[in-house]
Design a protein around this ligand. Structure first.
Ligand code: BG6
Length: 471
């Protein structure tokens, strides 16, 4: 890796902090989210305690330092800074809290990588305005970004405007604080969310750059390499379309500052217009010129096949937009939640993204959920080590063989905390948190075997991936 390559991990603060009503914080869309269990899920927590990261972040950062992190991605919870979101009320206690966290990281020699809007929109903006479906929310978000970026101008260099923006249509309530209004079709819903989130991202880029022209700013996708389920030409076309809807559209607009022709045609054929005027498009164009890198999460790959029973070509496309079904790939295994484990898919993603955009890439989430067992203070998580071995090897290959420019690698995650479906049992951390979904547990921290393995990986700059740790 080059000298500046960043090693570390990432976390989502709403999922880890707890303290959901402390120090002036407002409720957010994650706090109030009603969960429909995902495959493999059978337990649930609320957000009142989570991993108690709010009170124990210094201990957690000490573990990151011990592992040798040079970077750490976390999110500044919107509803801690602007509890309501629409009234200009700024909660100083929230800003002071994150300032202390950033200072702690800097003192530990760890570069903060800050995400804005990571499942943390003030719930008031959802209930009153239907989140990013309402244009006014775009400007309140931009105002929030201006406050945060202004406050941390001299301390934070790396910014991510919007966590996994490409999933707004697929998880609207959590990702965009929005729900599809009754009677509205998928295509207009998609178009409105796409227009407003793109504008929000663009305004955030410009706000951050206005306060600090040297800041490094990225947009972010949840990326799943998508393969045709078979080599039937219709399945190949379906995979291309799924790739366009789910992976490419967001970055295409962010990087090129305009909408790709296929999307413009798609909307036109459906009789739908984008809610963006000439000035908005100018903002999007300006922001595209100031974008420094692309950040993405990668957990798994997916397959796509042509939908059955399509009335015509447009029906085919509309079905592809709505289709989020996972088709099992017979060549890869999956974890207990059905998430397919495909390390080569990460190299496929890196190659595809770099060849398409020619921008530096930053892997800001990669990891596996496991129902880890704590026994005598230890967790032998060899399955996690194997997952990381495969994925890091493919990052190295993308750099060494494909010439991809990669800024860094951040695992998901430093410590255990709630999943996006509020499940503690689905653990991702290098550090085990003694907390269970039934509310029991001491909240004590226990380094897992993978903790020591990852420490060695970082110390060797990714060259020593052997699982030979004495634990
Ligand atoms: C990403 C999100 O989608 O995946 C995280 O940015 C999330 O917030 C992570 O936790 C893992 O997914 P899950 O659903 O297992 O928590």
């Amino acid at each position: 890796m080059n000298k500046e390559f960043l090693w570390g991990a990432a976390l989502s603060n709403v999922q880890a902090e707890g303290a959901y009503l402390e120090d002036g914080k407002g409720l957010n869309v994650y706090d109030t989210l009603e969960i429909r269990f995902e495959t493999g899920q059978n337990t649930l927590s609320d957000t009142s305690v989570a991993a108690d990261h709010y009170h124990r972040f210094k201990e957690d950062i000490a573990h990151m330092k011990e592992m040798g992190f040079t970077a750490y991605r976390f999110s500044i919870v919107w509803s801690r800074i602007h509890p309501n979101g629409d009234d200009g009320l700024v909660n100083e206690a929230g800003l002071a809290y994150y300032e202390e966290m950033i200072d702690e990281l800097l003192a530990a020699g760890i570069e903060p990588v800050v995400s804005l809007v990571h499942f943390d929109m003030p719930d008031h903006l959802r209930t009153e305005y239907n989140g990013f479906m309402d244009r006014r929310v775009v400007d309140w978000y931009a105002g929030h970004v201006a406050v945060v970026a202004g406050r941390f101008r001299d301390k934070v260099k790396y910014w991510i405007t919007y966590n996994e923006m490409n999933t707004a249509f697929y998880g609207p309530r959590l990702v965009a604080g929005a729900e599809k209004p009754e009677g509205m079709g998928d295509v207009p819903f998609h178009a409105l969310l796409t227009a407003h989130t793109q504008l929000a991202h663009a305004k955030a880029v410009l706000e951050i750059k206005k306060t600090n022209p040297d800041a490094m700013v990225a947009g972010m996708d949840a990326y799943a390499s998508i393969y045709p389920l078979t080599c039937r030409p219709e399945d190949v076309l379906a995979a291309q379309m799924a790739d366009d809807f789910r992976n490419n559209l967001t970055f295409d607009v962010m990087v090129n500052g305009e909408f790709p022709s296929w999307y413009t045609k798609f909307l036109h054929n459906n009789g739908v217009e984008l809610d963006l005027n000439a000035e908005d498009m100018q903002t999007i164009k300006e922001a595209s010129k100031r974008l420094d890198y692309l950040a993405f999460s990668y957990y798994q790959s997916d397959t796509a096949c042509a939908p059955a029973g399509c009335a015509d070509r447009l029906d085919f496309e509309n079905k592809m937009l709505a289709c989020a079904d996972r088709n099992a790939n017979p060549y890869v295994k999956a974890n207990a939640w059905g998430w397919q484990i495909d390390p080569v898919g990460l190299r496929v993603a890196l190659k595809a993204l770099y060849e398409r955009y020619h921008k530096p890439l930053f892997i800001v989430e990669n990891g596996i959920g496991i129902d880890d067992r704590l026994e005598n203070g230890k967790v032998y998580d060899d399955e996690r080590i194997a997952y990381y071995q495969g994925h890091i090897r493919n990052v190295t290959d993308a750099i060494d063989y494909d010439g991809v420019e990669v800024l860094g690698y951040l695992a998901w995650s430093p410590i255990d905390f709630l999943s996006s479906h509020k499940e503690m049992r689905k653990r991702y951390g290098f550090v085990y948190i003694d907390r269970n979904d039934d509310g029991t547990g001491s909240l004590e921290r226990f380094p897992k075997k993978s903790y020591y393995w990852y420490k060695k990986v970082i110390a060797s700059d990714g060259t020593d991936l052997e699982d030979d740790i004495e634990y």
